[in-house]
Every structure is written in structure tokens, then in C-alpha cells.
Design a protein around this ligand. Structure first.
Ligand SMILES: Cc1cc2nc3c(=O)[nH]c(=O)nc-3n(C[C@H](O)[C@H](O)[C@H](O)COP(=O)(O)O)c2cc1C
Length: 351
């Protein structure tokens, strides 16, 4: 059965909306900021802005890679880009392979740059893409960085997916060498472990998006798409909490984007306190946009940022740098995992 890449884009959106997930499945119920009853701060002075890849963000959020490549999804990227611009947050377009192959759908990606000329915008391709493809994807949207996605579990669940995963590290090295902008390697929902992160750093990658489990579940989505609705899981990915802590445990940790199942200010604040630079959100904003409206998406982003600022105040943090020095307690399954893997974590509680 041949299914075009364009059709797959629409299936992914439809099935992502069907397969809801609940907050907390990403392990962040195990991560607690420690309340500060005497913060000596005014809410007005709480500042969640930061600089990243030479651009200023008003809040540490990324609307992560979702779509592009079908005429019907141009409106989605338009809305996401408008929201990113309005709130000064970062955005990534979905995999640009379709736009490289078919010039007729290029505008479904370029709209994101047209709508937000000065914003922080990431290109996106598979980590199997050639350096030439990466350069073309960067140029297509004048990208500030490029995301290369790793999605072994998803490919294996797709009847038409890849089966040979050899040579990808070498390929990433070549793309890093050729790229005029930073290269971000991201998972899409199964997480990165520290050994993988170390290999990616050695390959020259400077930024990792952990893409942990507990949010949008692409293995399940592919099983549904292939009519294997009853397929049982064949892998247990790393939760976002575990993956973030694994990657940050490296001696020289990279710039880390936390993603996978984030939809609440408290979890976002906890990821930032542990050491994530920004937090990526995909399934939830997509749901709000499609099931409600762009206005509802804007209100939700406002709610996230306002909640983050209140949480920062209640942790005694005026800035994101302050937040990253505040005590964080790690308990439950996440702590047990880290102990079993010999990854130190108690120091976060004693800051
Ligand atoms: C409909 C949909 C399409 C996606 N397409 C891409 C893609 O093309 N490239 C990519 O790297 N990630 C893609 N993702 C994955 C997201 O960028 C993100 O890593 C993942 O959804 C986990 O975040 P979440 O739990 O907040 O949804 C997609 C996600 C959704 C919901």
C-alpha cells in the first residue's frame, strides 16, 4: 500500500488529536520545586525572557515541529507563527522533506518565516537527511537552527518506515560540519539516554531536544494508522523527566530543550529549574488550535506564561538564571530509575 507523505501529514494531525495524553505521564509529577514563602519579589519584576541562538525570547517556550507539506496545513503554520510572534516564543516547522521534494507545498513552511520575520525559527528534517538537504531546508525558511529528528521507534511502527538505522551518527556529523546554523538533534517521544547524548555531543551537536515519553505517542499513532489498534508497546521510552536528568548528568551538558508531554506551568518551571534552556510543546497547542481557535491558543499560551511567572515567584526566582539555582526534589519512579542507572540527583535538592 503506498501512502503519500502528504497524506501522512494529515493522518498524523488527526490521530494526534485522537490520542490524548494526561499531564504527569511524562514523569514530572516526580519533580518538585521547593516552595519559598518569603520570596521578597514583586510579580511585576519576574522576568522569564532569555537569549537563544542570537535572538531574544520573551518566554522559554518553543512551539515544536508539527507540520507543513500539505496545502491544508498552511493555515496551521500561519496561526502557530502568529502566536509565536505575538508572545516572543520560538517555533519549529514540521519535517521539510515534502517541501524539498515538491516546490508546490513550499509555501506551507515559508509562511512561518513570512509571518514572523524576526522570530526564532527552526528548520526540521530527519537525521538521515543529507547535508545538501539540510542546507536547502535552512535556506527555505531562513532558519536560525535546524532540528534533525531521530524516530527509530516510530519508523519501526510504520509499515512504510525505515528498517535500517546504520550510519546516522556519521550523517549527523556531516550535517553539523556543513550547517551554517546550530544543529539540534531531537527525539519525538521516546527520549534520549545519556550515552546517546554523549555520542551526539562528540559528533559536534550543540543542542539536544530530549523528546521524552509521556506526551504525543507516535508509536501508538502509527499503530492506529496501520490499523493495528491493539498492538502492544514494544519499547518503553524514557520519560521526559528521566531523559532530561540523564542528559543533564553529563560532565559538560549540552544546551537542552525539554519536550514530551508538557502542558502545565509547574512542569515547565520544574524542567527549567533542572537545567533545560527552553521547553517544547506540540500536541497540546495543536489540539487547542484545531479543536478551538487561534484565539484560544493565544489565551492558553498567556495562561502558561502567567503561570510560569507565578511559579517563579513562589520559588523565589526573579529570572530564569535564578530559577536554575533553586532546590528541586526528585522522588518516585524517576528517583528510582536514576539510582538504578547510577546517575546522581540528590544535589538538586540541596542547592
Ligand atoms: C501532528 C504532529 C506532527 C509532528 N511532526 C513532526 C515532524 O515532522 N518532525 C519532528 O521532528 N517532530 C514532529 N512532531 C513531534 C513534536 O515535535 C514533539 O517532539 C512531540 O510531539 C512531543 O511533544 P508533545 O508531547 O508536546 O506533543 C510532531 C508532533 C505532532 C503532534
Amino acid at each position: 500500500m503506498y501512502i503519500s507523505r502528504e497524506q501522512r501529514k494529515l493522518d498524523h494531525i488527526r490521530l494526534a488529536l485522537q490520542t490524548a495524553w494526561n499531564p504527569g505521564m511524562n514523569g514530572f509529577r516526580d519533580i518538585s520545586l521547593v516552595y519559598e514563602a518569603l520570596p521578597e519579589l514583586s510579580l511585576d519584576e519576574i522576568d522569564p525572557s532569555l537569549s537563544l541562538f542570537k535572538k531574544k525570547l520573551q518566554a522559554p517556550l518553543l512551539i515544536n515541529a508539527i507540520t507543513g507539506g500539505h496545502p491544508k496545513v498552511k493555515a496551521i503554520n500561519l496561526s502557530l507563527a502568529r502566536t509565536a510572534r505575538r508572545y516572543g516564543i520560538a517555533m519549529a516547522v514540521g519535517s521539510q522533506r515534502a517541501g524539498l521534494d515538491n516546490p508546490q507545498v513550499r509555501d506551507t513552511y515559508t509562511i512561518a518565516r513570512e509571518e514572523n520575520p524576526d522570530g526564532l525559527l527552526f528548520a526540521n528534517l530527519s537525521a538521515t537527511a543529507t547535508p545538501e538537504m539540510a542546507l536547502a531546508a535552512i535556506e527555505m525558511i531562513d532558519a536560525d537552527a535546524i532540528q534533525l529528528h531521530l524516530n527509530t521507534a516510530q519508523e519501526l511502527a510504520m509499515p512504510e518506515g525505515d528498517r535500517d538505522f546504520r550510519g546516522i551518527s556519521d550523517n549527523i556529523k556531516k550535517v553539523v560540519k556543513a550547517s551554517p546554523v546550530p544543529v539540534i538533534v531531537k527525539e519525538v517521544g521516546s527520549g534520549l539516554r545519556y550515552e546517546t547524548a554523549r555520542r551526539l555531543l562528540r559528533a559536534g551537536v550543540s543542542c539536544l531536544d530530549i523528546g521524552g515519553s509521556g506526551g504525543t505517542d507516535f508509536v501508538r499513532i502509527e499503530h492506529l494508522r496501520a490499523d493495528h489498534a491493539h498492538a502492544s508497546p514494544e519499547v518503553r521510552g524514557l520519560t521526559s523527566a528521566v531523559s532530561l536528568l540523564e542528559v543533564l548528568s553529563l560532565n559538560l551538558p549540552p544546551l537542552v530543550i525539554a519536550s514530551g508531554g508538557f502542558s502545565e506551568p509547574l512542569e515547565i518551571a520544574a524542567a527549567l529549574a533542572l537545567g533545560a534552556k527552553i521547553v517544547g510543546i506540540a500536541g497540546h497547542p495543536l489540539r487547542v488550535l484545531i479543536e478551538q481557535s487561534e484565539e484560544a491558543l493565544n489565551q492558553w499560551i498567556e495562561h502558561l506564561i502567567a503561570g510560569l511567572r507565578r511559579t517563579m515567584l513562589m520559588s523565589g526566582a526573579r529570572t530564569l538564571e535564578d530559577l536554575a539555582l533553586k532546590p528541586v526534589v526528585i522522588t518516585g519512579r524517576t528517583a528510582e530509575w536514576l539510582r538504578t542507572r547510577d546517575i546522581p540527583y540528590e544535589h538538586y535538592a540541596r542547592r
